[in-house]
Design a protein around this ligand. Structure first.
Ligand code: AMP
Ligand code: GLY
Length: 436
């Protein structure tokens, strides 16, 4: 098979690495790819949000199967254009990608099928959003609560805001400010509508489920660390590290999330004539063993996928093919009873301003094999050297019989990298390590 993967981050490097191990793959092209991906596959430059251009490229290169990494092409309808051109594709249609593109849409789907999630309200103007917030806070005070007893409250821009459109407001003023910012255009068109939600307490974890429109197959759980600093402090990032499985989401909790959240939502999407095909990433809040939905993403998580691919290996391609060909009822996941961890190495300054172009050493000497890989997230080749080209730059990823072993190996990889302009957290997995 000739396979095309769209994207160029650590998620796509790990997908490419898994796909390349499968003998079904004859030729792999990744667009745009990065310096690490260039070491194992061909890289091509392509306008990822132009479905016509992607379909034309796929036809010209005799591509049999396209895997779409990021959400933007899916929301732009690239999977629809590929299917119209008769090309097998892993990723949902534009209509189904609304599960990530609109928070309001997801809330409405949850309500329609009774899936547990935070109580919510949607607003299209600042005045009514602010009145709602004021009412929320004063109702609690009237009941005898302290000022701001109703905090926190969560204010969300409805649309795609590259992970930045969510404000967990600590008091009424903070919430009102967030509303003004969103309607003031801080998140562009994504903030034209706003969803205001109840704050959910608990522990967050992610569940990855393949869906072929009808059948569902869970392929793994993970937890990531969103904050930049150790002890989960400081500003939010795209994720500073992740591990799989997520102990908090094992066994009965996962079954409950499947039965009460994922299955009903997937059935509701089918009922509406917009069946969901691809990987559904359910972000869950778990409290006392009860999962509630925080959000859906319509793609694999980054960096969670790096840990997931390290565990799945070559079978990831068979599973994605079974999904795209609507054969998930015949598919099963062969689980090793193992653990994987990925540690993100980022450019100093991230998630704020950072410099690009620093040279990364040590990559030739770290020992990589089927259980140890340094996936590249933001790198380019310049004069034969690997240089940093993004905020999150490398993902040191390893597998082990226990989480502690995976962690030790992942940090062993980190310590082999010579990159003074980078930084990383030393405490990835602390919560799971403390619990187990
Ligand atoms: P989202 O983009 O919806 O994933 O939101 C980003 C992050 O904000 C989530 O990963 C949670 O940590 C937090 N968050 C979002 N909604 C809620 C909520 N209703 N209650 C608590 N935390 C939330
Ligand atoms: N790691 C979070 C995400 O991929 O959205």
């Amino acid at each position: 098979m000739n396979i095309l993967i769209l994207g160029g981050g650590g998620r796509e490097h790990s997908l490419a690495w898994a796909v390349m191990q499968n003998p079904k793959c004859d030729r792999l092209i990744v667009a745009p790819g990065n310096a690490g991906i260039a070491g194992i596959a061909e890289c091509a430059s392509l306008d990822l949000e132009n479905g016509g251009a992607v379909a034309e490229f796929a036809v010209a290169n005799s591509i049999d199967f396209v895997v779409v990494g990021p959400e933007a092409p899916l929301v732009a309808g690239v999977a629809d254009r590929l299917r119209e051109a008769g090309i097998l594709c892993f990723g949902p249609s534009q209509a189904a990608a609304r599960l990530e593109a609109s928070k309001y849409f997801t809330k409405e789907i949850c309500d329609a099928c009774g899936a547990p999630t935070a109580a919510w309200a949607r607003f299209t103007d600042a005045g009514s959003a602010k009145a709602h917030i004021h009412e929320h806070f004063s109702a609690r005070t009237a009941e005898g609560g302290a000022p701001n007893a109703a905090a926190p409250i969560v204010v969300k821009a409805d649309g795609l805001a590259v992970g930045k459109g969510v404000i967990v407001a600590i008091d009424e003023a903070n919430a009102q400010e967030a509303v003004d910012e969103m309607f003031g255009g801080a998140f562009g068109a994504a903030g034209a509508e706003v969803v205001i939600e109840e704050f959910m307490e608990g522990e967050e974890a992610s569940l990855f489920v393949l869906c072929d429109g009808e059948n569902v197959l869970p392929i793994g759980t993970a937890q990531d660390h969103k904050r930049v600093g150790e002890g989960d402090t400081g500003p939010n990032t795209g994720g500073m590290g992740a591990y799989s499985p997520a102990p908090v989401l094992e066994g009965a909790v996962m079954q409950r999330a499947m039965n009460e959240i994922v299955r009903p939502c997937v059935a509701e999407m089918a009922r509406r004539g917009t069946p969901y095909e691809g990987v559904l990433y359910a972000g869950l809040m778990i409290s006392d063993g009860v999962p509630r939905l925080v959000e859906y993403n319509v793609r694999f998580g980054d960096p969670e996928t790096q840990a997931l691919m390290m565990r799945l290996g070559a079978q990831a391609l068979d599973l994605m093919l079974a999904c795209a060909e609507a054969r998930l009822d015949e598919a099963c996941v062969n689980w090793a009873d193992d653990h994987a961890m990925t540690v993100v190495m980022a450019a100093r300054g991230y998630p704020g301003a950072y410099e690009k172009g620093s040279v990364i050493g040590g990559l030739d000497t770290v020992a990589e094999d089927s259980g140890h890989m340094v996936f590249h997230a933001g790198t380019v080749l310049r004069d034969g050297q690997v240089v940093a080209s993004g905020g999150r730059v490398l993902n040191a990823t390893a597998r082990g019989a226990t989480l502690a072993e995976a962690r030790e190996r992942a940090y062993g990889l980190v310590d082999g990298i010579d990159w003074p302009q980078g930084f990383h957290r030393r405490d990835i997995g602390w919560r799971a390590a403390a619990d187990h």
